[in-house]
Design a protein around this ligand. Structure first.
Ligand code: ADP
Ligand code: MG
Length: 401
C-alpha cells in the first residue's frame, strides 16, 4: 500500500475524552480457560497506558475466537480483563455486552484514567458484516477512535472500519504505528541490501508476496515446501515432496523475473528428505538433483544453510515470512532454527530484522530468539497483506496527518 502518514495518537487531545480503542486480545486459552500466552495483551499496553496517563476514559473492544455472531460463554473476554488488570495495576471494568444501555451507563460512570473492556464484538454477526447501524452503536459511547488491532487491520469489520465513519479523529495506536514503521519501512525505504526470506508450505499462498517483493528486494531466499515447485519447473525430480503442479509455470516465470530485475534468487542446493511425513521418519540429506523416488523434502540441508548465511551476511534489512521446513518436527527444524540464528546475529550487527507470519513467529519463539529480532509482527495475515502491497482497510480508514 502507498505509504500513508497517519494522524498520530500522540497529537490527539485526550484529557476527559472517551476513547474507543480497538485492540486484538484474541489470546490462546488452555482447556481450563487460562491464558497461555499474553503477548497480544502486552502489545497493547503502551497505547492504553498513554491514554490513561493523559486523562482519557479508555473503552477497549476486541474480538475473541469465532463465535459466529452468537453469545458463546467460553469466548467471553472475562479472563482477558483479569489479566489486563494485573498488567496495568489498575481495575478494569468488564462489560457483559459491547453495545446497549448497560454499556452506556457503565461508560457514563467512568472517571478520567479509567479502563473498561467491552464484551467480544463477534457476539454480533453485524461485526464481521461491517454493518453501519452496529458501527454507529459502537461509536455512540465515545468521542474518538484509536485502532491498535494490527492483527485484524486487513479486515473491514464494524469495529475496525465501520466505526471510523462515526468518530473523528480516528487514529492509529502505537502498536499499529510500530508495525507500519517496520513493515512498510522495510519495503519502502530500506537500508540496503534488502533480503526477503520466504518459506512455508505452498507457493500458492505466497505468490503475490513473492511477486511484489521481486520489485523491491536485492536478494530473495526461498525455502519451505514451495521450493519443490521451483525444482519441478527446472525439470528436477522431487519424489513425494509437496508440489503444486498448477504453479510450475509461474515458478518458472518468477525465476525469469528475478533474473530480469537483477535480484539474487537463492534456492537451496540440498534438502533433508524423509521416507514419510512423521516426526520419527527416516531422514537423509541429498542434493536437490538426487531426491530419491518415494521420499519427500521436509527441510533445507546444511549446504543450503551455509548458502543462506552467506547471502544474508551483508544485508542491512531482512524480512522473513514462512518456515524453511516442517519445524514442528525436531528432525526437520534445523533450517528454520539456522535462519532464526542468522537473523539474531544480523540484528546484533545493526541490521533491521523483521519476522511476520504466524508459524514463522512461533518458530522464532520456540528457539527463544524472539527478543533478538528488530520486529516480530503481531499480525500474520495482516503483515503478509501489507508486504503484498495491499491496502489494509482498518488502516486506510484512519485519518491522514
Ligand atoms: P507462516 O504462518 O509463517 O506464514 P505458512 O503458514 O505459510 O507460514 O507455512 C507454515 C507451514 O509450512 C508449517 O506448518 C510447516 O510445517 C510447513 N512446511 C514448511 N516446509 C515444508 C515442507 N518442505 N513440506 C511441507 N510443509 C512444509
Ligand atoms: Mg501459517
Amino acid at each position: 500500500m502507498a505509504k500513508k502518514a497517519l494522524n498520530s495518537l500522540s497529537a490527539a487531545d485526550l484529557s476527559g475524552k472517551r476513547v474507543f480503542v480497538r485492540v486484538d486480545f484474541n489470546v490462546p486459552l488452555d482447556e481450563q480457560g487460562k491464558i497461555t500466552d499474553d503477548t497480544r495483551i502486552r502489545a497493547a499496553l503502551p497505547t492504553i497506558q498513554y491514554l490513561t496517563s493523559n486523562g482519557a476514559k479508555v473503552i477497549l473492544a476486541s474480538h475473541f475466537g469465532r463465535p459466529k455472531g452468537k453469545v458463546v460463554d467460553s469466548m467471553r473476554l472475562t479472563p482477558v480483563a483479569t489479566r489486563l488488570s494485573e498488567l496495568l495495576g489498575q481495575s478494569v471494568t468488564k462489560c457483559d455486552d459491547c453495545i446497549g444501555d448497560a454499556v452506556a451507563s457503565t461508560i457514563a460512570g467512568m472517571k478520567d484514567g479509567d479502563v473498561a473492556l467491552l464484551e467480544n464484538v463477534r457476539f454480533y454477526a453485524e461485526e464481521e458484516k461491517n454493518n453501519p447501524e452496529f458501527s454507529q452503536k459502537l461509536a455512540s459511547v465515545a468521542d474518538l477512535y484509536v485502532n491498535d488491532a494490527f492483527g485484524t487491520a486487513h479486515r473491514a469489520h464494524a469495529s475496525t472500519e465501520g466505526v471510523t465513519h462515526y468518530l473523528n479523529p480516528s487514529v492509529a495506536g502505537f502498536l499499529i504505528e510500530k508495525e507500519l514503521q517496520y513493515l512498510q519501512g522495510a519495503i519502502e525505504e530500506p537500508q540496503r541490501p534488502l533480503a526477503a526470506i520466504i518459506g512455508g508450505s505452498k507457493v500458492s499462498s505466497k505468490i503475490t508476496v513473492i511477486e511484489t517483493l521481486l520489485e523491491k528486494v536485492d536478494k530473495l531466499l526461498i525455502g519451505g515446501g514451495m521450493i519443490f515447485t521451483f525444482y519441478r519447473a527446472r525439470g528436477l525430480s522431487v519424489g513425494k515432496s509437496l508440489v503444486e503442479d498448477e504453479y510450475v509455470e509461474l515458478a518458472q516465470k518468477l525465476e525469469a523475473k528475478a533474473k530480469e530485475r537483477g535480484v539474487e534468487l537463492v534456492l537451496p542446493t540440498d534438502v533433508v528428505v524423509a521416507d514419510n511425513f512423521a516426526p520419527d521418519a527416516n531422514a537423509q540429506t541429498v542434493s536437490i538433483s538426487n531426491i530419491p523416488d518415494g521420499w519427500m523434502g521436509l527441510d533445507i540441508g546444511p549446504d543450503s544453510i551455509k548458502q543462506f548465511e552467506s547471502a544474508l551476511a551483508d544485508c542491512k534489512t531482512v524480512i522473513w515470512n514462512g518456515p524453511m521446513g516442517v519445524f514442528e518436527f525436531d528432525k526437520f527444524a534445523k533450517g528454520t532454527e539456522a535462519v532464526a540464528k542468522s537473523l539474531a546475529t544480523l540484528t546484533g550487527k545493526g541490521a533491521s530484522t523483521i519476522v511476520g507470519g504466524g508459524d514463522s513467529v512461533a518458530a522464532v519463539e520456540k528457539v527463544g530468539l524472539a527478543d533478538q529480532m528488530s520486529h516480530i509482527s503481531t499480525g500474520g495475515g495482516a503483515s503478509l497483506e501489507l508486504l503484498e502491497g495491499k491496502v489494509l482497510p482498518g488502516i486506510a480508514a484512519l485519518n491522514d496527518a
